[in-house]
Design a protein around this ligand. Structure first.
Ligand code: ZN
Length: 417
């Protein structure tokens, strides 16, 4: 079977035919070069308006990289024609396998971007003897296409989240769709200010915002303000994951302070190496950690009292009746205020301030998956962390959309992987 026969099966272009196949030794690296020819009686298509037009002249031959085969690089070789278009003037013709000045064929770009969902960009470049830039351009193409073709209708529930990005206090704001039938990243923006989230709502549009039934977010003030203004019809829920994170952070603070005080007093450093133990749920502790916890409890330390307060707070989420949940919340806050532990008091004050929003949790129960924002948060952090090549915000945004956006891909006659 000839290579042309296979190519005609997997990648046939109207108005073009495959010509000679040449074996090239590019400095010890084998390459296949396949000539592409325009059909004798075909008229070129203007790349600007898409109309058929009369030919003007021919540009020098160019090479377009296609999907490698058996570890051999494959290129199409073609000399693009220029058209003299009645509407647009002299333009290069439209090529069905590649757009603009791109070196990669679209099939190869889709191939690389597909692998970039499973492997890091660096790994993809290495495995296919490509470059980071080529992988990036491919992912960029896939994300552009996907965003243009995605369906944003029927979105009922969204979650607003932030992740820290790069060093220092730099943040990204992420908006997810969290409906049970469709979960994906919808939007990414720099910072976590009022302006950031307003930009999302502006792009999302008034009609879609009015259809939102649930918005889930952190207690971060700028978010609360914007959500109130832009998604007033929706039930605003504070995310369980974020609230528990505040409590974990408070414990961390108490523990660090207490470790210092104990050291100053020359007491045995009972708290060192206890950090992970105190951030875990009791059911996730191993035997050794369990006995360490039992030992710690005896000291009646602030850290341990904070830990127990946090564990007690978990009960809140399991209430069925909003009334009793409210009672529980009040009692818990009083207890935390009396603990004389400042970081815990701070959380209690914050929870009191946001009681009405906290209670919305019970109104929304079962309407969407509450763990979904946490899951996305972890994946988003992993994506930005894994990608040390993302020096620019744009590259990070592209990577996030690629991995979390559930973006559509075009239908093709042949699946290359
Ligand atoms: Zn034209």
């Amino acid at each position: 079977m000839l290579i042309n026969t296979i190519l005609n099966r997997v990648q046939k272009f109207k108005s073009f035919v495959y010509g000679k196949v040449n074996w090239i030794d590019a400095g010890g690296v084998p390459e296949l070069e396949i000539e592409v020819l325009a059909r004798a009686n075909s008229r070129p298509v203007c790349s600007s308006c898409g109309r058929k037009s009369s030919g003007y002249d021919r540009l020098p031959e160019r090479r377009f990289e296609f999907i490698p085969m058996w570890g051999i690089k494959v290129f199409f070789r073609y000399a693009p024609r220029r058209v003299n278009c009645k509407h647009c003037g002299v333009h290069v013709e439209r090529l069905p396998w590649s757009k603009g000045k791109r070196q990669l064929t679209e099939s190869y770009a889709w191939f690389l971007s597909g692998w970039a969902k499973r492997l890091s960009w660096k790994d993809v470049a290495e495995v296919f003897h490509s470059t980071w830039d080529h992988v990036f351009c491919s992912v960029e193409m896939a994300v552009d296409w996907g965003k243009k073709h995605r369906d944003l209708s029927g979105i009922k529930a969204i979650g607003v989240d932030e992740i820290q990005w790069q060093r220092g206090h730099k943040y990204l704001t992420l908006v997810y769709q969290i409906d049970s039938n469709s979960r994906r990243l919808l939007w990414v923006g720099q910072n976590r200010t009022i302006k950031t989230l307003l930009t999302f709502f502006r792009g999302f549009g008034k009609a879609r915002s009015e259809q939102l039934e649930y918005v889930c977010s952190d207690m971060w003030k700028p978010y609360l303000k914007v959500i109130k203004k832009k998604a007033d019809n929706a039930l605003h829920i504070l995310d369980r994951f974020h609230i528990m994170t505040y409590l974990s952070k408070a414990i961390d603070e108490v523990r660090a302070q207490e470790t210092r005080t104990l050291k100053e007093k020359g007491l045995e450093p009972v708290l060192t190496k206890s950090r992970w133990l105190l951030l875990k749920r009791p059911e996730n502790l191993n035997e050794k950690q369990e006995s360490k916890l039992a030992e710690l409890v005896q000291y009646n330390l602030k850290t341990i009292r904070s830990y127990l307060l946090k564990e007690e707070f978990q009960l809140f989420w399991h209430y069925v009746s909003p009334y009793w949940a409210g009672q529980f919340l009040d009692k818990w806050c009083t207890k935390a205020m009396r603990s004389k532990i400042e970081p815990m008091k701070k959380v209690a004050r914050m929870l009191r301030r946001h009681k009405p929003l906290l209670m919305n949790w019970f109104k929304a129960k079962g309407s969407f998956s509450s763990g979904i924002v946490e899951g996305f948060n972890n994946k988003a952090k992993l994506t930005t962390r894994k990608a040390f090549g993302f020096r620019t915000y744009y590259a990070a945004e592209t990577a996030l959309f690629h991995t979390l956006g559930a973006l559509p891909v075009p239908e093709t006659t042949h699946k290359f992987f």
